[in-house]
Unconditional design. Sequence first.
Length: 85
Amino acid sequence: MNFVWFILIGLVAGWLGGLIVRGSGSGFWINLLVGVVGSVLGGWIMSLLDVGGGTLLWQLIVAVVGAVVLLLIVGLFSKKSVSGS
């Protein structure tokens, strides 16, 4: 059952992260991928800051923070350079 919650939190976190960074979600599979990777990244960031919690809401917040950070990092590397010519 924990796996199902992990997937559901990943979907919601990916969707919310997309709304925050891009203004819209990116589809089922991309939201899932961003949310799951964001969950891991958010957990790592929170462990570095020595902040923790165990509730479902806390897990969702951590996953959304990780998804936003992930999308911002991806955005830095995926922007095309604009030439002034």
